[in-house]
Design a binder for this molecule. Structure first.
Ligand code: NAD
Length: 434
């Protein structure tokens, strides 16, 4: 099939590349000319494992092209996928300015029948808004709208697309349903067909539920700390129950990233507008906000009366999770300035996110190696569970440090092993070892 993907960010680019790899002919459109020129030269704007190679393969084989001209992009496409950003506005509501702009451009260039599919995460009712904008601009209604929310995760986005666990089709016609089924045929996935509004809601409900799981286990972790239990074992014991499941029961410093924080907020606004006030989601948010701050308290406890002022602390991990360079709503963005305000000298290391981090944390001091960051530091703060950190040589790290203190926001190590090596080790939901 000929398809057009509008927006070449984490979702649009990965989807475009993966659909082309399955044999579809894909044109990716972005308003950002520099991004498009780079993509034409196989320079990828994001870090996503395997993406560069797959992009090159499909481009070379003639199934994938890039343009900043939407009119060229949608000409000849049977399906148009909208994958532009829907960031949070200041009041938490989803900002639909990019969606509206795309809808207008599609309307201006719509000459033959197409299915216009929204992959972006959008509030309930946005599909109808898109339909109205397109038909008003085009002056006709020879098109169908559909909602096909995206569930890929950054860091494993290609695998998540190739092995998608389900596809949700929010449709208004059998024709659109047939076309979406044909588009997804190569993925052999479970398909849920519903109306547009239900598909839009499904995405928010899924993300809010995952965020709830994270905040829930973090609350349990905090209770474990207060009562001498071990959250890792609690989570293991809970996770074997198939009704609960193991995924998303890793206690830590809470969720960040471009989706959960903004989508939980947007869901609250959807509730407000619909006249229903959600009760669980605000609690999830409040636990999450506090969770990352607990790390600073742990650091304070480690230094006791000496206080934090003047201490040199190595922060390991800037991105909100491993295998990505996405810095949106990463805990590091809050924590590093807070530490600096307390007079801490912070030196950071992240395997891939440092340059993007510098765009959002002005004062950031960094090194290009893990061992460079820990050298002469008086404590380590672990914020991201990169494999490189799990694999670090703890004996060598101890030698490099001025003081053997590790505050681990991701529970990477066994506390008893850490005690044997001689660390002061505090993690989440487990006893401190000294
Ligand atoms: P992003 O910010 O990485 O990319 C958006 C792209 O859209 C940018 O390249 C931007 O230049 C382009 N764009 C903006 N306006 C445009 C226009 N008028 N015409 C053409 N291109 C335009 O966003 P993202 O992270 O890929 O997210 C996209 C959507 O998918 C959001 O709604 C998000 O909530 C949702 N989503 C994201 C993820 C994720 O992990 N990032 C996962 C699932 C769903």
């Amino acid at each position: 099939m000929n398809i057009c993907v509008i927006g070449t960010g984490y979702v649009g680019l990965v989807s475009g590349v993966c659909f082309s790899d399955k044999g579809h002919y894909v044109t990716c459109v972005d308003i950002d000319k520099e991004k498009i020129n780079n993509l034409k030269n196989e320079i990828i704007p994001i870090y996503e494992p395997g993406l560069k190679e797959l992009l090159k393969k499909n481009k070379d084989e003639g199934r994938l092209q890039f343009t900043s001209n939407l009119s060229d992009g949608i000409a000849g496409a049977e399906v148009v996928l909208i994958a532009v950003g829907t960031p949070a506005r200041e009041d938490g509501e989803a900002d639909l300015q990019y969606i509206k702009a795309v809808a207008r451009s599609i309307g201006e260039n719509l000459t033959d029948y197409k299915v216009i599919v929204t992959k972006s995460t959008v509030p309930v009712g946005t599909g109808q808004m898109i339909k109205e904008i397109i038909s008003n601009t085009a002056g006709h209604s020879h098109f169908d709208i559909a909602s096909n929310p995206e569930f890929l995760r950054e860091g494993s986005a290609i695998k998540d697309t190739f092995q998608m666990e389900r596809a949700i089709f929010g449709v208004e016609s059998e024709r659109a349903e047939r076309i979406l089924k044909k588009l997804h045929e190569p993925f052999q996935t479970k398909i849920v067909v519903t109306n547009v509004e239900t598909a839009e809601m499904t995405k928010y409900a899924a993300n809010a539920f995952l965020a709830t799981k994270i905040s829930f286990i973090n609350e349990v972790a905090n209770l474990c700390e207060a009562s001498g239990a071990d959250v890792e074992k609690v989570a293991e014991g809970m996770g074997y129950d198939h009704r609960i499941g193991k995924a998303f029961l890793q206690a830590g410093i809470g969720y960040g990233g471009s989706c959960f924080p903004k989508d939980t907020q947007a869901l609250l606004k959807i509730g407000e507008k619909a006249g229903y006030s959600l009760k669980i989601v605000p609690a999830v948010e409040s636990v999450n906000k506090e969770q990352r701050l607990r790390l600073i308290n742990k650091l304070r406890c480690a230094f006791g009366k000496e206080g934090l002022k003047g201490k040199r602390v190595a922060v390991l991990g800037l991105a909100f999770k491993p295998n990505t360079d996405d810095m949106r709503a990463a805990p590091s963005v809050d924590l590093i300035p807070l530490l600096e305000r307390e007079g801490v000298e912070v030196i950071c290391y992240d395997p891939v996110a440092t340059s993007k981090a510098k765009e959002v944390i002005e004062s950031l001091q960094s090194t290009s190696t893990l061992y460079g960051a820990v050298k002469d530091a008086e404590a380590i703060l672990i914020l991201t569970d990169w494999q490189e950190f799990k694999d670090m040589n703890l004996e060598q790290v101890k030698l490099e440090l001025k003081r053997p203190i590790i505050i681990d926001g991701r529970n990477l190590f066994d506390p008893l092993k850490m005690r044997d090596i001689g660390f002061y080790y505090d993690s989440i939901g487990r006893s401190v070892v000294k």
